[in-house]
Design a protein around this ligand. Structure first.
Ligand code: SAH
Ligand code: SF4
Ligand code: F3S
Length: 468
């Protein structure tokens, strides 16, 4: 729970640093507006954090740039969820050495989930001496102060590892989009799935107050946002520690009740806490998208139990089937891990069976990656990478077929879409409520608006449509 007076005091202190930074950063850039490059790895939680970091940079007088070669400040917001994610960060930080050599005043800062791991911060300290600032996920609100010290003290600044359990409301925010946006409703995670680093790097679960969430949602709708995603690692346990009588289904219907033409989505739902009430709320409310991202991770009860997921295959199927029966045209999407330590051929077949039974619209598929400090990293893992890669290939083939059938079944029907971005010359990508991308030939002026399209063609899982 936030202690409002301490967080307010802290924010006033940070405002003070912001005003001091303005002149300092301007002078450091050689008497011109300083340029900042912020790159985000990982999930939407990180994207939302980066929007705060950008907000603080802009308030300190910086302009944002997409070209790191031009930047005076480079920030990488990192992800620790799999080894591959970390390797990419190390590779890209390595590549910054040459830039730093060319421009010694360049400040390179690393933040986010990777930095909350001690062994990673140590490695950065020892092996990447040109990184001047490292800060973890718990001190984002102190970014102005840390930046100030990094540019004025002549010393490297490392600050991480102190989760004070607070939520700092009211930080400056620079949203990346103008019609599609993220709205964090909670932070951290208490679930400790045995493979997962997130609870270790994001701290304990805490929910924002419904009042601040609704105010933010109202201001987004007023500013023209058409697609709002409520974010949390497990949105279904929203409000657990609040002294107000709220739950996620209630919050969701309150957001949807805001006046205006917009859609609301959410992620991620943990199956152990997904309630029928939530599904009913989705079914009854046309502004809540008919898309449910419900990660199952494995179809085998033995593996689910060793993952500490706290639901069974049967329980998962029960809620998935209930959702399908209540919500017309529902898209169910999911995350699945292949090759969890000790996953046998039989366990893997149980996963394939579940995929065939549920018929997900799309899947995010991951090969298990051991994470330092998590219980599963010590589990016996007798199967080779070859076996895991073969399973992954098999799984992808099964899913591709399902996705293709699902897309083919949409041909000839008309859907409301939000036009999102240019795909290529003369072609735009649009998205249905149930999160399926439809290519349309249309002028770029339509980006950011709702339109009706008829699906004319499905090529594998790519849909084409024409404006009605
Ligand atoms: N809170 C979300 C997931 C966040 S992490 C949830 O519980 O659904 C996103 C996905 O990364 C997870 O769903 C899982 O499928 C995958 N993942 C997490 N840790 C992993 C690991 N060590 N190896 C492989 N995949 C992992
Ligand atoms: Fe990780 Fe599990 Fe928490 Fe999701 S619910 S973030 S998978 S520990
Ligand atoms: Fe990665 Fe952190 Fe998200 S580890 S997946 S960026 S919460």
């Amino acid at each position: 729970m936030s202690d409002i007076s301490t967080t307010e005091q802290e924010l006033t202190k940070q405002e003070d640093y912001i005003s001091r930074l303005e002149d300092i950063l301007y002078l450091r850039a050689g008497n011109r507006q300083p340029l900042a490059f912020v790159h985000t790895y990982g999930c939407q939680q990180n994207v939302a954090d980066s929007e705060k970091i950008k907000g603080m940079l802009v308030r300190s007088g910086c302009a944002l740039t997409e070209q790191k070669e031009d930047a005076d400040i480079i920030i990488f917001n990192t992800c620790a969820v799999r080894e591959h994610a970390e390797d990419r960060v190390f590779g890209n930080v390595g590549a910054l050495k040459a830039l730093k050599k060319k421009k010694p005043s360049l400040l390179i800062g690393l933040c986010g989930c990777m930095m909350e791991q001690e062994h990673i911060a140590d490695k950065i300290y020892k092996s990447f001496p040109y990184v001047g600032l490292v800060f973890g996920t718990h001190v984002i609100h102190k970014f102005p102060e840390l930046l100030y010290h990094a540019v004025t003290d002549g010393k490297r600044v490392f600050e991480r590892g102190n989760d004070d359990g607070q939520i700092y409301e009211g930080l400056p925010l620079h949203r990346d989009g103008s019609f599609k946006g993220w709205l964090p409703i909670m932070y951290g995670c208490d679930n400790f799935c045995t493979y997962c680093i997130v609870p270790h790097v994001r701290g304990r679960e805490r929910s924002r107050r419904p009042g601040v969430i609704l105010d933010e949602a109202r201001s987004m709708v007023k500013a023209g946002f058409k697609d709002i995603t409520l974010l949390g690692q497990n949105v279904n346990s929203y409000g657990k520690w609040l002294d107000e009588d709220v739950d996620f289904a209630g919050l969701l219907s309150d957001v949807a009740a805001i006046e205006g033409d917009f859609w609301v989505r959410f992620m991620t739902s943990h199956p152990k806490d997904a309630s029928k009430k939530l599904i009913d709320t989705m079914a009854e409310n046309p502004k809540i998208c008919n898309h449910l991202h419900l990660p199952f991770q494995s179809g085998s009860d033995t593996i689910l139990s060793r993952m500490n997921r706290r639901y069974t295959r049967e329980k998962y199927l029960e809620i998935a089937n209930y959702a399908k029966s209540r919500i017309p045209d529902l898209s169910l999407t999911s995350d699945v891990i292949v090759g969890f330590p000790g996953e046998t051929e039989e366990d893997f077949q149980a996963t394939l069976d579940l995929i065939r039974e549920v018929k997900f619209t799309s899947l995010f598929t991951f090969i298990y990656s051991p994470r330092v400090g998590t219980p599963a990293a010590k589990f016996e893992d007798p199967y080779t990478h070859e076996v895991k890669a073969r399973h992954m290939g098999e799984l992808l083939r099964v899913q591709e077929e399902i996705a293709a059938q699902r897309c083919a079944a949409m041909v000839g029907r008309t859907y409301r879409v939000l036009v999102e971005e240019q795909a290529r010359e003369g072609v735009l990508n649009s998205r249905t409520q149930n999160n399926i991308v439809v290519e349309i030939e249309a002028p770029a002026e339509l980006i950011g608006s709702f339109r009706e399209v008829e699906i004319t063609e499905a090529r594998n899982w790519i849909l084409r449509g024409k404006l009605k």
